[in-house]
Design a protein around this ligand. Structure first.
Ligand code: GLA
Length: 378
């Protein structure tokens, strides 16, 4: 169904954002701080109540039509496309909220499998849309927490809170400095002066992300258990680099590398927030480079394609920093590049990356946008 045909027949458009993470990778589930931003790439839901006990789902870019019974929302986990909507509705209902029958059309501009959190955008916008059509005010943080539950249950990825939080609570022109232990946040204006953010997809199909992600989580949990037996901490993010050095010798070589990444990445986020506040974009860029290096060597979640893509970006003279963003194992990089040189940068990176890997990179035009938006259509 074309977008223009949809508008006008529905009561609301409720949307939620895809996200890019500027820095703070693989630390959200260790209680660390992260710095994501919501994107103008998003999932929009056109919705109206239909007076029945059914949710009729359709998509602007898929021929499928799916009907869900609001009394059986837990029974749809095997559906291909609709399981995210069904799961989100189910956990919202389980949290004690009212679900009413409705018609909804989903229109997603977050590229799937890009590491820009299309699934979080779908889950968060589905819940916010269902609450809106049921006449309920909603708390975006609660929406994010319920969406995280749906993601964990329906993708098998034991994810942290970063993606759903950014999708729900993002703010135009700002990054969110989110403390994943307390869920407190600060908004940091993203003022890059003569620089711009460039997001590039390595276009390598994701492979085994779920199992490798869960394996990294288990390794960080092992590190925490060993160190906790020595000193009272709640999470790895509580350890300073100096304290980590005291206990690192107790860990097996692989687990030590993983924990070192987490502790030092938390330190980089602290420094990145300072650099952003001071408008020191060159320093921020250097921290992005160090983050990528750590994700590659210590956390081992990059792979040859993301290493090649970040390496090509870092080799261009107008780029002050580049790193993988999101879970890794494929997906996107984020680079900070002199705005006047962006076109030259893109041509350089595209050619070098394709020569090295055989894959064609994709470049996205996206701005930093709000999280959930609700528009009443009259
Ligand atoms: C995925 C997860 C997030 C986070 C990142 C890595 O996007 O959904 O919770 O762990 O990976 O930083």
């Amino acid at each position: 169904m074309k977008r223009e045909k949809v508008i006008g027949k529905y009561d609301y458009i409720v949307s939620a954002a895809g996200r890019v993470n500027i820095i703070g990778e693989h630390v959200d589930y260790c209680g660390g701080k992260v710095m994501p931003a919501a994107l103008s790439l998003r999932n929009a839901v056109y919705i109206r109540p239909n007076g029945t006990d059914k949710i009729n789902l359709s998509w602007t870019d898929l021929p499928d039509k799916v009907t869900l019974d609001i009394n059986k929302l837990g029974e749809y986990r095997d559906l291909k496309h609709a399981k995210y909507q069904a799961g989100s509705a189910y956990f919202w209902q389980q949290a004690g909220h009212k679900i009413v029958g409705c018609d909804m059309v989903h229109d997603c501009t977050v590229p799937f499998g890009s590491g820009l959190s299309s699934s979080a955008a779908i889950e968060v916008s589905t819940i916010a849309a269902l609450a809106t059509v049921a006449g309920e005010a909603f708390d975006p943080v609660e929406v994010a927490l319920v969406a995280q539950k749906a993601e964990r249950e329906y993708t098998g990825v034991n994810c942290g809170i970063m993606d759903q939080y950014a999708s729900a609570c993002g703010k135009k022109g700002h990054a969110i400095l989110l403390d994943c232990k307390s869920l407190e946040r600060e908004y940091e204006p993203v003022e890059l002066g003569k620089y711009s953010l460039v997001i590039i997809n390595c276009n390598k199909p994701h492979n085994l992300v779920e199992s490798k992600y869960n394996e990294r989580r288990a390794e960080t949990e092992e590190a925490l258990a060993v160190i906790k037996a020595q000193t009272p901490i709640d999470c790895l993010a509580d350890l300073s680099p100096a304290d980590f050095a005291k206990y690192a010798g107790l860990l097996s070589p692989v687990v030590k590398k993983r924990a070192e990444h987490v502790v030092m990445e938390c330190e980089r986020v602290r420094q990145a927030a300072e650099a952003m506040k001071a408008g020191d974009i060159v320093r921020l860029g250097a921290l992005l480079n160090a983050s990528h290096d750590s994700l590659s060597r210590l956390y081992e979640v990059t792979g040859k394609e993301l290493d090649s893509l970040a390496g090509a970006a870092q080799a261009h003279p107008a780029c002050v920093g580049s790193r993988m963003t999101g879970a890794g194992f494929g997906g996107c990089t984020i680079s900070i590049v002199e705005t006047a040189q962006v076109e030259d940068f893109k041509a350089f990176v595209a050619a070098r990356y394709e020569a090295e890997t055989g894959y064609r990179a994709a470049f996205y035009d996206a701005d930093i946008a709000d999280g959930i938006t609700v528009t009443k259509l009259s």
